[in-house]
Design a binder for this molecule. Structure first.
Ligand SMILES: *Cc1c(COP(=O)(O)O)cnc(C)c1O
Length: 414
């Protein structure tokens, strides 16, 4: 069930007609879709290739083998790709569970997928979220005995049992019991009658950079598991592997893996992993082309000065759309299948690009910030490098309002 919602995103030309025949938008639907405009009016947009997502799920399955479960990390609106469409596609692919970082994201998944999928909420629950989580069977991450007690009381009040996962801190220094204290506190939690510990996990802080340290943390986690077993406590789901560990540390796969970035076809390390396909493209258009004589400057702060006569294209996106201002004078974009440098500061709604060599460029041409054009490709990792950040932030940073509509390819039939 639930796949018919995806129809809203499929053919924008037909949107008004579809909307007239459809039930009202679910409570947690993203408002961006309320302002959908015909495709010919888009100044910049994101294309999401759901077939690539399916391909990446299969590629991850091949790496983890048939017995290890796959928990799809879809926090931050599925890393900016759009939770409703990505979530329903992943349900269709038969992933085993979801993880989110926000209760409203968990509830959206419930709305599109019914009760069928376990949904883990990363991070500690806020006290006022507890009742809704128990009602909707959203699995909390437990990091204190008090927290477990809150869920125990709510579950008892409702006459049901609640599944929880416990996080062990082996080096991340974020949520979770420190590994030294974990066994003692977990034993206390096992005494609670309405709380069932169905999962135990840890999160690696540097699996993409430091494998030795990651192996050490895995060892600390396994020591906790063994000590619990020696006290007669066995927990069915043991999970540690983020994308980097899925790729680089098969020993960490245990009974379930938890990749995010890799689902979206981006590799967390520099090593190329050819079998994954990027899911997201980010595009805009050339709106204007002008000649700039030697000595003239471009954009705010006049940080770029032409050394010779140039042709400069003005492109229809800026930092308000998620093309970071840190990319000023650093990024390249694709126009006519070739890389062209961004010149001057990125402004709120527009950027300027050197197209001196691209003599055919004209108003209306497609510009690619992330994605492929001809034989050329720019990845979220390239953008992250220019911007001095990580691909996770680049993907989540693409604006999610009517300014940047998401277009979906490969939507499931209703
Ligand atoms: C975000 C997150 C993941 C996924 O990380 P990727 O590097 O994107 O695969 C896994 N586990 C936890 C606890 C997370 O917060």
């Amino acid at each position: 069930m639930g796949f018919h919602h995806a129809a809203w995103f499929f053919r924008h030309e037909d949107r008004l007609e579809v909307e007239a025949q459809s039930p009202p938008l679910p409570e947690f639907w993203y408002t961006a879709t309320d302002y959908m405009v015909p495709q010919s009016y888009y100044r910049c947009w994101v294309e999401v290739d759901l077939d690539a997502l399916r391909h990446n799920v299969a590629a991850i399955r091949r790496r983890i083998g048939p017995t290890v479960k796959l928990m799809a990390v879809v926090k931050a609106d599925a890393y900016g790709h759009g939770l409703a469409q990505v979530g329903s596609t992943l349900m269709q692919c038969g992933v085993d569970a979801f993880a989110v970082a926000n209760l409203s994201e968990a509830l959206l998944l419930r709305q599109i997928g019914g009760t069928g999928w376990p949904i883990l909420l990363f991070g500690s629950a806020l006290p006022f979220e507890v009742a809704k989580m128990v009602e909707q069977n959203i699995t909390p991450t437990i990091s204190t005995v008090d927290e477990a007690q809150l869920f125990e009381e709510e579950a008892r009040r409702r006459g049901k049992a609640v599944n929880v996962h416990i996080e062990i801190d082996t080096g991340m220094g974020r949520v979770g019991f420190w590994h030294e204290e974990a066994v003692k506190t977990i034993l206390q939690i096992t005494a609670l009658r309405h709380v069932r510990i169905t999962g135990l996990y840890t999160h690696f802080p540097s699996a993409d950079e430091n494998l030795d340290e990651t192996r050490r943390e895995l060892g600390l986690f396994q020591k906790v598991v063994q000590k619990l077993a020696s006290k007669g406590v066995t927990i069915p789901l043991l999970h540690t592997a983020n994308s980097a560990a899925v790729l680089r540390l098969p020993k960490s796969h245990l009974t379930m893996v938890r990749p995010g970035l890799l689902l979206y076809g981006i590799c967390p390390t520099k090593a190329p992993f050819g079998e994954f396909r990027p899911v997201l493209s980010f595009k805009a258009r050339v709106a204007y082309v002008k000649g700039v004589a030697a000595g003239r400057t471009v954009s705010y702060g006049q940080t770029f000065k032409a050394k010779k006569t140039m042709r400069i294209a003005t492109v229809t996106a800026g930092y308000a759309d998620g093309f970071s201002r840190h990319l000023s004078n650093k990024a390249e974009v694709l126009i006519g299948g070739r890389r062209c440098p961004v010149v001057g500061r990125v402004t709120m709604d527009q950027i300027m690009v050197d197209v001196t060599r691209e003599t055919h460029v004209q108003c209306g041409d497609e510009v690619v910030f992330i994605g492929q054009q001809g034989d050329a490709r720019i990845t979220a990792s390239d953008v992250a490098r220019w911007e001095d950040t990580i691909p996770w932030e680049v993907l989540c940073g693409i604006t999610k309002t009517a300014r940047v509509p998401r277009i979906y390819r490969g939507v499931a039939a209703a």
